[in-house]
Design a protein around this ligand. Structure first.
Ligand SMILES: [Zn+2]
Length: 184
């Protein structure tokens, strides 16, 4: 799938909520997004592929060290609401598939709580065309990279791109020393 780059208008629109169960075209979208993000990023939001819908994919298992620490590293988030942002904030370097080769140092809450709908058997749905089993209003408390990826993707659903998150753009010199960043 083609990933839209800024300033594509859909990237700054508020995405529409998703009806469950997903339609077959929404399911196709999810499958395509799942494949698209593999190997190039750790998260992808529907507006980035031209669908103005409240859903995103997280695929942190591509980072093996990180995946070991997480109970769940690959999942789908549908109709999310961040219900808690910690007062404690941390700085991390972010990239975005919709902004090729831009990296920003952005301060965000260290810990968040997310409430969302999801597909429990997502891997079977993707690989074996299984019928989706939905779980509604799931709660997740996240810190570290997971918290960061969720906040970045969540912003995409409200039309907020990461360069507007009040961070600092990294210079070419900074980039030469860049070792670790998330790209979504
Ligand atoms: Zn992004």
């Amino acid at each position: 799938m083609k990933i839209l780059t800024y300033p594509s208008p859909i990237l700054t629109q508020i995405a529409k909520s998703v009806k469950l169960p997903l339609s077959s075209s929404d399911l196709d979208l999810v499958k395509n997004m799942w494949q698209t993000v593999q190997g190039i990023g750790v998260g992808l939001a529907a507006p980035q592929v031209g669908a103005s819908l409240q859903l995103f994919i997280v695929r942190l298992s591509q980072d093996k060290d990180l995946a070991k620490k997480l109970k769940e590293s690959d999942f789908i988030v549908i109709n999310p609401k961040i219900t808690f942002y910690s007062q404690n904030k941390v700085s991390m370097i972010e990239g975005c598939l919709s902004f090729p080769s831009e990296y920003w140092d952005i301060v965000r809450s260290e810990i968040i709580q997310l409430e969302y709908d999801t597909i429990k058997n997502l891997k079977e749905v993707i690989t074996k065309d299984a019928k989706p089993v939905y779980q509604k209003s799931k709660k997740l408390l996240a810190k570290g990279w997971l918290s960061r990826v969720i906040q970045h993707e969540y912003d995409h659903l409200s039309g907020k791109v990461f360069i507007k998150a009040g961070g600092k753009k990294l210079s070419k010199k900074d980039l030469a020393n860049l070792e670790d960043a998330i790209i979504d």
